[in-house]
Design a binder for this molecule. Structure first.
Ligand code: BEZ
Length: 223
């Protein structure tokens, strides 16, 4: 386990850890390797919202893989609990969870990633100790945290939004662009404010300036 305080901010290095998972022991940085990782926590195994979420992430795993993204789940439950629940998820949703889920009963990783619930007094274990919230960390191949999302236990995540953020980040990294409100792949993008003058027209010949600071452009497919 990494020691000392490491800040959880966009742009900071994802704190490394070693932990047991449903696919064996894991070292986060080794698991990331040259990939992107979506690392996400759920409150508790054998609960309704979590069952729908994990089933959906399992169904979408091939979509994440297409983008070079590996998935990693976590909750403050035991390996045995995860393993039994994975059977239920398959039965209920039809999807097999093939990605690892960290068994963090002691909440060591949950504290490292600030995933512990402080508001929902029903989201606690049999001893009254708080479970995790629905956190999402999108981590890039340089091990940099690129996105942090926090959802309450009561609200299932929008998995399409997680994929959309990955698409936006990866498209932005490749093309010096940003993405506007409600953007989805195929929509026009915005030329990054840091790209000015001649460079902008060279890179984006079809640039459409609505204001000097708001310049849309289409991108070729697969850009
Ligand atoms: C759920 O997954 O349904 C859930 C888990 C913990 C608290 C509230 C809801």
């Amino acid at each position: 386990m990494a020691g000392g305080f490491e800040s959880l901010r966009l742009g900071s290095i994802a704190p490394n850890f070693q932990a047991d998972t449903t696919k064996g022991p894991i070292d986060l940085h080794e698991y990331i390797g040259d990939n992107w990782v979506v690392f996400f926590s759920h409150p508790e195994d054998y609960t309704p919202v979590c069952t729908t979420e994990l089933g959906e992430m399992a169904r979408l795993e091939p979509e994440f893989a297409k983008r070079g993204v590996k998935l990693l789940g976590l909750s403050a439950n035991t390996l045995g609990s995860h393993e039994g629940w994975i059977q239920d998820i398959k039965e209920v949703t039809g999807s097999q969870v093939n990605f690892p889920i960290v068994a963090d009963k002691a909440r060591t990783v949950a504290y490292l990633y600030d995933m512990i619930d402080q508001q929902d007094t029903t989201n606690v274990d049999e001893k009254g100790i708080a479970f995790t919230i629905r956190s999402v960390f999108i981590i890039d191949p340089k091990k940099t945290i690129r996105t942090i999302l926090s959802y309450p236990a009561s609200t299932g995540r929008n998995s399409a939004e997680i994929l959309r953020i990955v698409d936006s980040l990866q498209t932005g990294d490749k093309n010096k662009i940003t993405t506007p409100v409600n953007w989805v792949p195929g929509d026009d993008v915005i030329v990054h404010p840091g790209v000015k003058g001649e460079e902008a027209t060279r890179l984006f010949p079809n640039l459409r300036a609505v204001k000097p600071y708001l310049r849309f452009t289409a991108l070729p497919k697969d850009a």
